[in-house]
Design a protein around this ligand. Structure first.
Ligand SMILES: Cc1ncc(COP(=O)(O)O)c(C=O)c1O
Length: 370
């Protein structure tokens, strides 16, 4: 059957390959796979099942709702919520054995109260702000905060962590400064006679570029998916794109020289031209910024996008590609020769936004092999 609508094919073997590559680099550190935002658009439940089966140590999400989706799907892997959660949800966190990031006394106290009432432990990771100034406790308060938490009943400090602001920039010395501040905060916690548990800082870029950031656990996201963590959109050797975004040719038409294509006719044919129609548009996550600027791959050859990207459709110029047929599968990104990074560059953004932007109406189709 021809899949006429756009689909995001998720290559299981490539995901497992990328996890293996990360393991090689991480050495003895545990791996916490970051699968927030629906696994960067790849499908959180599907991705988590594969990673859990492949033995990943932890999974991390941004919100409690994302964690619950995984627990409801039967995924039992340790799960860390990276964002803060309303203290009113403490019972749900504790009863689902979810590890929660904390940096406020209110949330710590609510988790303790639930843990004692439910007769179960609450697991927490203390977030320390080492310079991102997004969330976390001030490093100067790490000791007193840990003391407060450790004196609450029912709460286990499972870990302490921080986040880099610019690990992808090898020119910057700010990451080294952040590690220093983090280690200082850990010393202050130990000085209270409290063990900080699992220490973790490294995102994908740090894992690659800053060996001393690997500590007890690393938290890669983007590299798992075969996307580049770096501003130059380069994918390090050995990693493979997990998502391939495709659509089929639904019709073909020939237009004459001087005729225009799509809204405002921003593409004007300079010769007799063959236009292929694809059922994918900006509502699927194929950005309008790609109008007249991106290319797709048809029958192994590149075909430029002709005219403006519409909400549900795009047109591509296939004049130079012999024998294109209705039903031919076209790749919009996700091949080594057409990576998501190429689109990100045109859009003036990072690789992350390309995969995260693929919308809900696009089915995620698991490809087990090949
Ligand atoms: C706290 C935290 N840790 C780890 C990651 C993973 O980062 P990356 O996808 O760059 O590996 C993120 C992603 O933004 C994050 O917010």
């Amino acid at each position: 059957m021809i899949q006429r609508k756009a689909s995001a094919y998720i290559h299981k073997e490539n995901l497992i390959n990328n996890l293996r590559q990360l393991r090689k680099i991480a050495g003895s550190s545990k791996i916490c796979a970051v699968i927030k935002a629906d696994a960067y658009g790849h499908g959180a439940v599907m991705t988590s099942r594969i990673l859990a089966e492949a033995g990943v140590d932890f999974l991390a999400v941004a919100y409690l709702e994302e964690a619950l989706e995984l627990r409801e799907a039967g995924i039992q892997t340790p799960l860390l919520v990276l964002g803060t959660t309303d203290p009113g949800n403490a019972d749900i966190i504790v009863s689902n054995r979810i590890s929660q990031t904390i940096f406020t006394r209110e949330l710590a106290a609510a988790l303790s109260e639930s843990a004692l009432r439910l007769g179960r432990a609450a697991f927490v990771h203390i977030k320390i702000d080492t310079g991102m100034h997004r969330q976390g406790i001030d490093p100067g308060q790490a000791g007193s905060f840990a003391r407060f938490v450790s004196q609450l009943g029912g709460v286990t400090i499972e870990g302490c962590y921080s986040h880099f602001t610019e690990a992808d920039n090898p020119e910057s010395d700010f990451s080294a400064r952040q590690i220093e501040v983090f280690n200082g905060a850990l010393d202050a916690i130990r000085a209270e006679g409290i063990e900080p548990g699992i220490r973790h800082m490294a995102n994908s870029a740090a894992l690659l570029l800053i060996p001393e950031s690997r500590m007890d656990m690393v938290r890669p996201g983007v590299l798992l998916y075969g996307l580049s963590p770096e501003g130059d959109h380069r994918l390090p050797e050995g990693f493979k794109p997990v998502m391939e975004f495709r659509a089929a040719v639904t019709s073909l038409r020939d237009i004459g020289e001087g005729e225009g294509v799509s809204y405002a006719r921003t593409f004007v044919a300079s010769r007799p031209t063959r236009i292929a129609l694809l059922q994918v548009g900006y509502a699927d996550g194929y950005s309008r910024h790609l109008s007249n600027r991106a290319a797709v791959v048809v029958r192994g050859q590149r075909a430029p996008v002709a005219g403006r990207v519409c909400m549900d459709q795009i047109m591509v110029d296939v004049t130079d590609i012999p024998d294109v047929q209705v039903g031919d599968e076209v790749t919009l990104f996700g091949l080594a020769e057409l990576p998501a990074g190429e689109l990100a560059q045109i859009m003036g953004t990072i690789d992350y936004e390309v995969s995260c932007g693929i919308s809900k109406r696009v089915p995620r189709v698991l490809i087990e092999r090949g």
